[in-house]
Design a protein around this ligand. Structure first.
Ligand code: KIV
Ligand code: ZN
Length: 409
């Protein structure tokens, strides 16, 4: 029978991250080790995966998706090792709606302190026709059976409707109701191909929540991809309508254009509490070091202009900006660099830089120049900056020493 009602309470006892008591707390579900590792060209060793998991635990994420155990023996071993090593966060293992996948996932995480089986199946017409070759009724039955099976093994079960954003919302509601009735404690509605916009993604959650009576007993989750560059915006739009888990990766790594970036979503919630009224348990001062670790181990560089963790995130080049930041960092910085574990604001000296920044930098380098000497150093600095991308501190110090020498002769 097709339905959208729920008759049995879901297992809200299996709440993630101790966040259940606080309705404003957004759980951070990190999938760097599963979806993030699906970045083309990235393959971490078991030891590297355990190391990343320990850093994620120190960062304060609520859930670590450790991998897809049925994928390979190495993957199974890595998930098992992470399950043993991690004490605080929930450790999740991914499985398709197939008993063999679920058994393998459970075998890998059963000794975790807080295990979660994450079961998924596609719900969009294009996936059902081209990949699964199944009808909606068949998918619905599979969800009922396999979520119930996972729940018979593990008290914490997440269900994901793959390609939810290209699915019929009525069918999505039926699948959600079936998954909740079968015992799912978290319902994830992914934007698998990065097709959603903030408005459509938020509306999809609102419609599903309104149609499924048991919605208030589970945690809804956003899982977004960045094909149109809206992964973070979409996840935040979902949070605004009551979604309380966000699935994301360090540096936004993942399939194709990548996933929702953990550091961006966490800092958006931290900085714009006025808009979202929601918090996370992440220790933001560990964001930059964790980003650097993941970049080093995966070999995926962090773009310099990447929000929050990029090398230029707190660098200022233009004279007007530098002058403002020297007077008060709030003029051009909305995040304190120390709050995310970055070294501090940087004044990059280039052709756009002004007198104020050059004078401050010279003073930091130990040069207190008489006005006339300073003017000459500044003239030579501009001439040099016109020929180079930027002028290093060493080059500036050489200019100052040169001018002082000439004046002493
Ligand atoms: O993008 C996606 O739909 C996924 C699911 C497996 C959760 O990664
Ligand atoms: Zn994904």
């Amino acid at each position: 029978a097709r339905r959208t009602g729920v008759t049995r309470p879901a297992g809200a006892d299996a709440e993630a991250g101790g966040a259940g008591a606080n309705p404003d707390r957004v759980r951070i579900f990190d999938t760097t080790l599963r979806d993030g590792e699906q970045t083309p060209g990235v393959a971490l060793t078991v030891e590297e995966k355990v190391e990343v998991a320990r850093w994620l635990e120190a960062l304060g994420v609520d859930v670590i998706e450790a991998g897809f155990p049925v994928a390979s023996d190495g993957e199974f071993e890595a998930v098992g090792r992470i399950a043993e090593a991690i004490h605080g966060p929930v450790v999740a293992a991914l499985a398709r709606t197939a008993a063999a996948d679920i058994d393998r996932a459970w075998a890998a995480i059963r000794h975790a302190r807080r295990p979660r089986i994450h079961v998924f199946v596609s719900t969009s017409p294009v996936h059902l026709e081209a990949m699964l070759r199944m009808t909606e009724d068949q998918v619905l039955r599979l969800v009922e059976e396999m979520v119930a099976y996972a729940r018979s093994l593990c008290p914490d079960v997440e269900f994901s409707a793959q390609d939810a954003t290209r699915s019929d919302v009525g069918f999505l509601a039926e699948v959600t109701a079936a998954a909740i009735e079968a015992g799912a404690t978290t319902i994830n509605l992914p934007d698998t191909v990065g097709y959603a916009t903030p408005w459509t993604y938020a509306r999809m959650f609102q419609e599903v929540m309104a149609r499924v009576p048991g919605s208030d007993r589970v945690v809804f989750s956003a899982h977004t991809h960045d094909d149109l560059g809206m992964a973070v915006a979409n996840a935040l739009a979902a949070v605004r309508v009551g979604v309380r888990q966000v699935e994301c990766t360090i540096n936004g790594i993942g399939e194709r254009a990548g996933n929702c970036s953990l550091e961006e979503v966490v800092m958006a919630l931290a900085v714009r509490g006025d808009v979202f009224g929601a918090t996370t348990g992440v220790d933001t001062q560990r964001l930059v070091p964790t980003s650097q670790l993941v970049s080093r181990l995966t070999g995926v560089p962090v773009p310099p202009n990447k929000a929050v963790v990029g090398a230029n995130a707190f660098a200022h080049e233009s004279g007007i900006h530098q002058d403002g930041v020297i007077k008060n960092p709030l003029t051009y910085e909305i995040i304190r660099p120390e709050a995310v574990g970055a070294g501090g604001s940087q004044l990059v000296l280039g052709k756009h830089s002004g007198r104020h920044a050059v004078r401050v930098e010279l003073e930091r380098l130990g040069f207190r120049l008489p006005e006339e000497a300073f003017r000459e150093v500044f003239r030579r600095f501009k001439a040099l900056a016109d020929r180079r991308e930027f002028v290093s501190k060493e080059a500036l110090a050489r200019l100052a020493a040169e001018v002082l020498d000439e004046r002493q002769q």
